[in-house]
Ligand binder design. Structure first.
Ligand SMILES: Cc1ncc(C[n+]2csc(CCOP(=O)(O)OP(=O)(O)O)c2C)c(N)n1
Length: 893
């Protein structure tokens, strides 16, 4: 059905591609109507039923017929797609409760200031970047929310490239100054001019009183919003905080929906009946490079996806000025033509003027041409898509907000670069358009009736009506009625007292040689913490289907697994002590096999102190390989969001996990953890060290309320756990201490050689064995248990920075150098991680001493721990060999 124009180019495309089986079926079905008369009788009967008995009865009858169809196995299944029109009909539309003219003027002001901010920044510094087109498409979607729906205590996720629009509003609201706007994307230099720099995208780390949720990395905002909504339910069901009435709103891009994270938790949101969640997908049909679905239709695709996942779907496709056209479309020609237009073509229509649209859209057939008769080209040009019509947007939001039992998605049809005219509306290149010439600026001014002279427009003056103007008063009144500004990040929350270490971890700090793994010790410690009256209820244990792997099954019974519906079955193991127990007020979040989900869940809990003013303390325990490597970007976003909580990388180390092999053995997580500035990463060897670290973390996050989170690796290797030596706690926290609690063997030879051995995690046991071997040869070894390479490296880097700036005193030294002063000889470091981890402290060691690092670079293997450690060269023999080599000795037989 595509037709060639005279010059041979394809003029019009229809949905006859394999991407649209529904329409193919429809077309085929229409073509195969063997008895049109009978068909029309059925149709009339059904229409008569609606008319006579109303929609409820009609639905009832349809349901019964559907049952019959299924029972008769005629191969029928309902299609999830609906026609390419608005879900809400004109007569269902509520009266618009606001002052439409003022709201439109406000939206135009926001549009202008957002555009001016980006263009100005780029005129000054061409390298700064920024986006105009995304906000141009989303402005009305945002404004309807700001004026009517986004309450002060709601959670709102903003499409990242629309940040200029949010700043533009904050400027009118008096939350940002003109100087701030003039320093968009100039965060470092702004303070020199007495301004605050505005971050490129929503980043709570950079604007901690402003942005709540980082959304710059596509996909993370969507999944995060779902888990935040679910976490609100968790808080309510556990009677910790009443969240009823609060909503999570997320405005996301249609291109962004391609990210696996965007889609992976849709069914969870439906399963959990998250009617506190509303997504608005800004369907401008474009992403960065081009159309989202050039040959298909993203709105249809998303409608089916969301409906199939169990969401309430509201299509917001056409603006009010289409209402009359549809009303006059008796033959259905308009609906059919719109339904046949693929997105690539729709984008072309967006980029072209009214005349082109008259010829190429309305000109397709006489029925359409008739509809457009009496409209000027200008009117055709101004026909709005649904996502640009405040009245239609309001209707969709109102229905979404009132919907019960399901999350809602609003698929809002917009134009990318709306109003940018020849500079960008609907253009392939519009995403990165950040320059407008004088004529284009004037065109924009005229398009939105902005009160700017030519001079003001071309010099990109920001616009702010006077305080007593109708716009400003209206805007303030709306925000006041909705409970204050959005976005706004709160930092106030009450301190949660921490129990004494001895109250919950005595077994670990006084282990007295008992054998256990650090994972076992952690689980026991967690069990103890959960019993504490004050802190216990705030703890959120999170697993991604590995609780049994880590020996946490006892917690099922102790605190239960959270389930919004309780437990509707008798578990298979009901009689056992560790029976599987799901409960409405269960405490454990068992996220199933979704590390992306579990980390989003952790983030929701870890930022509860700010999002809800209620400090919660999540402990997410997982296979360490499936942490930073698998969901590193989500952890980065959590760091940006100033998360406070514990990540426990269990079964860590490339040789300690043994048989699991290449995909499971983690040798790199500490490398990545070290790159996150507010992540404190530890690789403790002993249960006592782990307990000291967890205790300090609780103090730092819950009592001192610092924006840090802890990453602690845990091992599944059982070995004798020593009692904590007195006074080493602060050294453990800073990164290393001399470990003296090893048994010296009988010396078989004498030598004056001295060596220093450093090790962390499970490899410290190999270091101890190496020291014993060397000691037996008469070589004196000093052992340092390294609890955190990254903390040592950070301390060293800070010392170096101060030294370079001439700010350090002459005798200042890095902490690791101070610690090693008590030792002699070459230094050998061994870990179960890649060598780059211990290499990170090289510059901060006493320079005259040789430093050799041993690590587990390369792919893992499946074999025994012994074989693996020998293979990678991190076993006791290899460590001892390296020591002798550094001392210039051959092995004495
Ligand atoms: C994970 C990730 N990948 C790529 C990008 C780069 N990127 C930024 S915006 C964009 C296109 C966004 O398209 P869409 O979601 O449709 O939003 P629009 O700007 O069109 O409204 C891309 C690919 C990113 N920010 N994050």
């Amino acid at each position: 059905m595509a037709r060639n124009s005279e010059d041979g180019t394809l003029e019009f495309f229809v949905m006859n591609t394999p991407t649209s089986p529904h329409l193919l079926d429809l077309v085929a079905a229409q073509q195969c109507d063997s008895d049109p008369l009978e068909t029309s009788e059925w149709r009339d009967a059904f229409l008569g039923l609606i008319q006579a008995c109303g929609p409820d009865r009609a639905r009832f009858v349809l349901d019964r017929l559907a049952e019959l169809a299924r029972e008769s196995r005629i191969g029928w299944r309902p299609d999830l797609a609906t026609p390419y029109v608005n879900t809400i009909s004109v007569d269902e539309q509520p009266t618009f409760p606001g002052d439409l003219a003022i709201e439109e003027r406000l939206a135009s002001l926001m549009r202008w200031n957002a555009l001016a901010m980006v263009v100005r920044a780029n005129q000054a510094y061409g390298e700064l970047g920024g986006h105009i087109a995304s906000y141009a498409s989303a402005a009305d979607l945002f404004e309807a929310g700001f004026n009517h729906f986004f309450r002060g205590n709601d959670l709102v996720f903003f499409q990242p490239h629309s940040a200029p629009g949010v700043y533009a509003r904050a400027f009118l609201e008096g939350r940002l100054t003109e100087a701030d706007l003039a320093h968009y994307r100039q965060e470092i230099t702004a303070p020199q001019s007495g301004a605050r720099g505005l971050s490129s995208y929503p980043h709570p780390w950079l604007m901690p009183d402003f942005w709540q949720f980082p959304t710059g990395s596509m996909g993370i905002g969507p999944i995060s919003s779902i888990y935040h909504a679910r976490f609100m339910r968790y808080l309510s069901h556990r009677n910790l905080l009443e969240c009823e009435g609060r909503k999570v709103w997320g405005v996301f891009g249609d291109g962004e929906m391609d990210e696996p994270e965007s889609m992976s938790a849709l069914t969870l949101a439906a399963r959990e009946n998250l009617d506190n969640l509303v997504w608005v997908v800004n369907c401008n049909l474009q992403r960065l490079d081009g159309p989202v679905r050039g040959n298909g239709r993203i709105i249809d695709e998303l409608e089916k996806l969301f409906a199939g996942a169990g969401w309430n779907v509201i299509k917001l496709v056409w603006g009010s000025d289409w209402d009359g056209l549809f009303a006059r479309d008796a033959s259905g020609a308009l609906t059919r033509a719109l339904g046949d237009t693929v997105d690539g073509q729709m984008q072309t229509f967006a980029a072209k003027d009214g005349r082109y649209n008259r010829e190429h859209f309305f000109g397709q057939n006489p029925e359409l041409a008739l509809l457009a008769q009496g409209m000027t080209d200008e009117q055709i040009d101004r026909l709005k898509r649904g996502g640009h019509d405040l009245v239609k947007i309001h209707a969709a939001y109102a229905r979404a907000a009132a919907h019960r039992g399901q999350p809602t998605v609003i698929l809002a049809h917009t134009k990318k670069g709306y109003g940018m005219g020849s500079a960008g509306q609907g253009k392939m290149t519009t995403h990165s358009q950040k320059k407008l010439d004088e004529a284009q600026l004037l065109e924009f001014r005229n398009r939105f009736n902005l009160p700017l002279t030519d001079e003001q427009a071309t010099s990109l003056e920001f616009l702010k009506p006077t305080e007593d103007s109708a716009e400003m008063q209206y805007m303030r009144a709306r925000r006041a009625a909705l409970g204050g500004p959005v976005p706004k990040r709160n930092v106030e929350c009450a301190v949660v007292a921490k129990p004494e270490l001895s109250a919950y971890a005595k077994f670990a700090v006084e282990a007295d040689g008992k054998e256990m793994s650090t994972t076992m010790a952690f689980v026991r410690l967690l069990g103890g913490l959960l019993k504490d009256k004050e802190l216990g209820p705030r703890i959120v244990p999170i697993v991604a289907d590995e609780a049994r792997t880590f020996g946490m099954a006892n917690l099922f019974k102790q605190v239960g697994i959270y389930s919004s519906v309780g437990q509707r079955y008798s578990p298979e193991d009901i009689g056992s002590v560790l029976a599987y127990r799901e409960a409405h007020n269960g405490q454990i979040l068992e996220e199933g096999i979704s590390e992306a989900g579990a980390i989003a869940s952790w983030t929701a809990a870890a930022t509860s102190y700010s999002v809800h003013g209620l400090a919660m303390l999540p402990f997410y325990i997982y296979y360490s390989m499936f942490g930073f490597q698998r969901v590193g970007d989500a952890i980065w976003a959590a760091a940006d969001q100033r998360a406070r909580g514990f990540l426990l990388g269990a079964t860590s180390g490339r040789t300690t996990l043994g048989g699991e092999g290449l995909q499971h053995q983690d040798g790199t997580s500490h490398l990545v953890a070290a790159t996150i500035p507010n992540c404190k990463a530890y690789d403790p060897a002993f249960a006592a060290e782990m307990a000291v670290i967890v205790d300090a973390g609780i103090r730092e996050m819950m009592v001192e309320q610092r924006d840090v989170f802890y990453y602690v690796t845990l091992m599944n290797e059982n070995y004798a756990q020593p009692t904590l030596s007195p006074g080493v706690e602060s050294q453990i926290l800073r990164g290393c201490y001399e470990f003296d609690g090893w048994e010296r063997p009988a010396v078989t030879a004498q030598s004056s050689h001295r060596v220093t051995l450093m090790g962390s995690g499970a490899i410290l046991t190999e270091v101890i064995k190496a020291a014993q071997t060397l000691a037996a040869e008469g070589i004196h070894a000093t052992i340092y248990s390294v609890t955190s390479w990254s903390e040592l490296a950070r301390d060293g880097a800070e010392w170096e920075r101060q030294e370079l700036l001439g700010e350090s005193s002459a005798d200042a030294k890095p902490f690791v150098a101070q610690q090693l002063e008590r030792s002699d000889g070459p230094i050998i470091a061994a870990t179960d991680y890649v060598r780059a981890v211990p290499e990170s402290i090289r510059s901060y060691l006493p320079g005259e001493r040789r430093y050799i690092t041993l690590g587990t670079d390369g792919f893992g293997r499946s074999d025994t721990r012994g074989a693996l450690r020998e293979f990678f060269g991190v076993d006791a023999q290899s460590i001892a060999r390296a020591a002798r080599h550094a001392l210039g000795l051959k092995k004495s037989k």
